[in-house]
Each structure stands twice: as C-alpha cells, then as structure tokens.
Design a protein around this ligand. Sequence first.
Ligand code: BJW
Ligand code: ZN
Length: 252
Amino acid sequence: MHDPVDSSGFDEALERAARLVRASQRLAVLTGAGISAESGLATFRGAGGLWEGHRVEDVATPRAFEADPALVWRFYNLRRANLAKVLPNPGHHALVQIEQRFQDGFTLVTQNVDGLHQAAGSLNVLEIHGALRRVRCTGCGRVEDRGVEALSELPSCRHCGALLRPDVVWFEEMLPPGVWSQAERAVQRCQCLLVVGTSAVVYPAAGLIDQARRWGARVIEVNLAMTEATASVDVALHGPSGTILPDLIKRL
Ligand code: BJW
Ligand code: ZN
C-alpha cells in the first residue's frame, strides 16, 4: 500500500484529489488493465505480462491474426475463459458509487475489454478497445456477444461461414469511431479526469489525458507506479486502485 513514512503527504494528496472531484460538475474516468489486476487479471506490460513468451504487441495485431489465427484465438480463448472466474473488485465498485453521485455528468472511458465495469454496475461506459465477449465476422462484419462460451481455435460465422475474430482493437487498427468521439467529447467537457491503472503508453487512448488538460480539466492519476502521464497530472496517488478509490469516495 501507500508508503507509511509518507502517509501525511499521501493524505494531503488524497484530500486535494477529493476537492477536485467535489468541485466538478462533470467527471470523466479513463481506466486501464491495472484496475482489474486486483480481480486477478494480468496487465499487459507488468511483470508476467507475456503470454507463452509473446508480447501483446506481437499477438494483438492484424498481421499476427493473418499469419496464425489459431495462435491468436488461443490467446483470446484463454482470456475469455478467465472472465468466467473473475469478479469486479472494490476499485470497480467505487467507480459505480462515483457515477451515482454525478449521474449524467459521469463518463467512464475504459481501455479494458473484460466487461468488469459493467459487471460492477457502471452504466455510462465507453469501451474504446472493444470487448472480449464479442466476436466479429471477418466476412460479413456481423458482431455477436458470445459471452464466455468456449470457441474453437478457428471459429466460423453462423451466417456466412467466414472466420470470426475477437471484437477488440488491435495495434494499427482504428478505434470504433462513434465510441471514440464520445470519449473525446467527455474529456473535453469534464472539469476533472481520473486516470486509473493505465501505463498511458498506448495511443490514441493516452492522448485523452493531454486533451483533457488542453480543454482545462484537472487530472488525477491513481496507479501503483509512476507512468508516462505522472509528470503532467495535478495529483498522483500511488497505490492499488482497489484501496485508493474507496478511500477517495469516503472524502467526497
Ligand atoms: C495498477 C495496479 C493496481 C497495476 N492499481 N494500478 C509510435 C508512437 C506513438 C504511437 C504509435 C507508435 N507506433 C504505433 C503507434 C500506435 C499504437 C500505439 O500506441 N503503440 C504504442 C505501444 C507505441 N496504437 C495503435 O495502433 C492504435 N491504433 C491507431 O493508432 O490507429 C491509427 C493507425 C492506423 C494505422 C497504422 C498506425 C496507426 C490501436 C491501439 C490498440 C491497443 N490494443 C490493446 C489490445 C486490446 C485487445 C486485448 O486486450 O487483447 O489494448 S494493446 C493493450 O494496451 C490493450 C490495452 O487496452 C492497452 C493499454 O494498456 P494498459 O491498460 O495501460 O495496461 P498496461 O499493462 O500497459 O498498464 C497497467 C498499469 O496498471 C501499469 O501502469 C501498472 O503500474 C498499473 N497497475 N496494478 C493501480 N492494483
Ligand atoms: Zn459472417
């Protein structure tokens, strides 16, 4: 948890963060894999962030899928199966409580594809990198929610027979335009952006932090470690989001 030697500094930072949230009519939140780490899901770039020796950058690309769709599907089938075993943690639940406080003035932009925000009860969620539960046909383009159902290594479309792919955004692919423009609008309109559990290295998602600042918002970061964004935020809270977010709520 937070460094006990620095507990007064941490307390002060927590209070400053609470003040920024309280002073806002509109709050946007950007989450990444770190918020789900305490639910038992691996992050992408931390220790153990490799899958069968592959970096995510080598599996999550259209080129990798073209070259070896079975390998890519093995990776995604494992992760889909994991979803059946995990539950939202206190960090996800805290964001539900914050949404209840802001109601229409709240937007949760997530890079996560695990669906845990919705499972916790968050309502206004924008999934900018897609969702593991959904598949998309490479032939007819149909999108279907297949939940955590076990799929084969080369699953095919029930309508046209073509190969299915996970409905997620791989490197070098565009983000879903409608969802992305809603995310940009939310960060441009908010007075405060809360950035939780992301290394802030993947664009264009990380660019939302700069956009928020350019449009006048204050930025609070909650992360176990320093990130690419830390130097430019107003308040950095270092520690696990499953503890810090519930602590923050107590101060609102
Ligand atoms: C805790 C914690 C706890 C742990 N509590 N915290 C050069 C420069 C700039 C950009 C580019 C470039 N070369 C290429 C690009 C573009 C590229 C990109 O950004 N690359 C960078 C890596 C350099 N971006 C794209 O390609 C995007 N598309 C695009 O740009 O289109 C235009 C284009 C078209 C044609 C050609 C080129 C461009 C698409 C990006 C899609 C990203 N997709 C993935 C996979 C999704 C599906 C899946 O899940 O498999 O999205 S990659 C992966 O990274 C996933 C994540 O959403 C994303 C972000 O990761 P995240 O969430 O930040 O996780 P980690 O692991 O990095 O960090 C976890 C954090 O949590 C850490 O900080 C921990 O400390 C913390 N933490 N436990 C609090 N308990
Ligand atoms: Zn099809």
